[in-house]
Design a protein around this ligand. Structure first.
Ligand SMILES: [Fe+2]
Length: 456
């Protein structure tokens, strides 16, 4: 670190530990970096933190902090090679050139694999692009160079999980927890693995047994791990308990924060898809979404904001955001064209149609978007929301053959979910296959009875 005294190095170590542990004391680092007079890396790292907020205020703060860092380093004259890489990636992020950020972080992971903040942010950029292979490559580089660091196992494991190497990911997540059970990212990886395998009972037990360690987590990690627990409950037919988690854990920690908002939107939407009346909860979320119509930090966020507004009946906001999304897609750089033009625009119209009950349009438009879903970013489990809405639209629009193929595939992958069996039964019945319908209904009831009897 250039121009760094012991206090500046201590501040950066604090940031690394806090960021990797998803702690709630990151603002303390920002305050320290604002006062720093010499070491450019401090305001530079604060700029990255601000950009990770996905907000207009965060963007403005990041620009200011980047300029301050540049002044402290005398426009790079006082910076070493690694710091120059940090300057380059932060400037690219401020400019929205996130493909360049990812390329720089891949280089940094090769050259300085023990810079764990560079690893963490590299994985964030890979995640935001839906680039599972890059997520894994960066995680694997870190794992090879930091065998003693307990947080690195979970970072590597998440890459494995998003590349569908589920057994390896779960084993590595559990290995991290054997070293220290207070690792929310390792809890999160194991939750993803159990979800993929349809192991909901194990998932609830596991997350509940770890939840005492989440009290000092930042609001993203806290609400997101509870969101995962709620997903298990939904698939166990225990939607009342999932809705209670929405009220108690998922919505209300930091209502202004993008990550809290999408956890809330995605949970309410999934509850509604299972027939739950969520009352006036959309209206409260929509209050916090209305300032976001023209932000466009990512298609993955935008689509969820839009659906939240649409479910709240905020028609004029939806119309305005749809127009703004189309403008954003027109301005897309080549690397992001698929995400914005091929996915976000038709998907947004499809989601708006679904919220209005125009299911044939929703099925058609979401169908156009689905082959281009991965580049919008997010995890497999998060993107599954769009597939679930698409499937719902197809079933309601009586696209029975196409819907049946999807539900059969879901059931093959996760044969433990009563709602999937019931969907199968409904489709078989519509197609005149009454014996298969009765068999699927019977299986659904057997599973549901088993889950109703459990004390969770
Ligand atoms: Fe997740």
């Amino acid at each position: 670190m250039s121009n760094a005294d012991a206090a500046a190095i201590g501040a950066l170590d604090f940031l690394r530990d806090e960021w990797l542990a998803f702690g709630n004391r990151l603002a303390e680092f920002v305050a320290t970096s604002e006062k720093e007079e010499r070491a450019a890396l401090l305001p530079l790292m604060s700029a990255s933190l601000m950009l990770s907020m996905n907000s207009a205020d965060g963007q403005a703060d990041a620009e200011r902090l980047l300029a301050r860092a540049q002044a402290l380093s005398k426009n790079g004259a006082d910076a070493n090679d690694r710091e120059r890489a940090w300057f380059a990636t932060t400037a690219a992020w401020v400019a929205g050139d996130t493909d360049r950020c990812l390329a720089i972080h891949e280089q940094m992971a090769a050259e300085w694999p023990r810079d764990l903040l560079a690893i963490k942010l590299g994985q964030l950029h890979a995640f935001n692009r839906g680039d599972a292979e890059a997520l894994l490559r960066i995680g694997a580089r870190a794992a090879a160079a930091n065998p003693e660091n307990r947080f690195v196992h979970a970072m590597h494991a998440f890459g494995l999980e998003e590349c569908n190497r589920i057994d390896e990911a779960e084993a590595l997540g559990r290995k991290a927890l054997a070293i220290d059970r207070r690792d929310p990212w390792a809890h999160h990886v194991v939750a993803h693995c159990l979800e993929t395998r349809g192991r909901m009972v194990d998932g609830v037990a596991f997350l509940q047994s770890m939840s005492d360690t989440w009290e000092n987590c930042n609001s993203f990690m806290y609400t997101h791990n509870w969101w995962h627990l709620a997903l298990f409950l939904i698939d166990l037919d225990r939607t009342d308990e999932a809705l209670a988690l929405f009220d108690k854990r998922v919505w209300g920690v930091w209502k202004e924060f993008s990550e809290d908002q999408i956890n809330a939107i995605s949970l309410l939407a999934r509850l509604e898809l299972r027939g739950v009346d969520v009352g006036n909860r959309w209206a409260d979320i929509a209050t916090y979404l209305k300032p976001r119509l023209h932000e466009h930090f990512s298609p993955f966020l935008d689509l969820q904001y839009l659906y939240g507004l649409a479910r709240a009946g905020e028609q004029s906001a939806v119309t305005e955001m749809l127009a703004s999304l189309e403008d954003r897609a027109e301005r897309a750089k080549p690397f992001e064209r698929e995400a914005w033009s091929d996915c976000a625009v038709p998907a947004a119209h499809g989601l708006a149609a679904h919220a209005k009950g125009d299911h044939a349009s929703a099925a058609r438009l979401l169908g156009q978007a689905m082959p281009h879903l991965q580049p919008i970013g997010g995890s497999i489990a998060q993107r599954a929301l769009f597939g679930a809405i698409h499937l719902d639209a197809m079933m309601r629009a009586d696209w029975n053959d196409a819907a049946l193929k999807i539900v059969q595939a879901d059931d093959r992958e996760r044969p433990t979910v009563p709602a999937t069996k019931r969907a199968l039964a409904g489709l078989y019945r519509k197609l005149g296959r009454s014996e298969q319908a009765m068999a699927a209904d019977y299986q659904a009831e057997q599973l549901a009875r088993q889950y109703r009897g459990l004390t969770l």
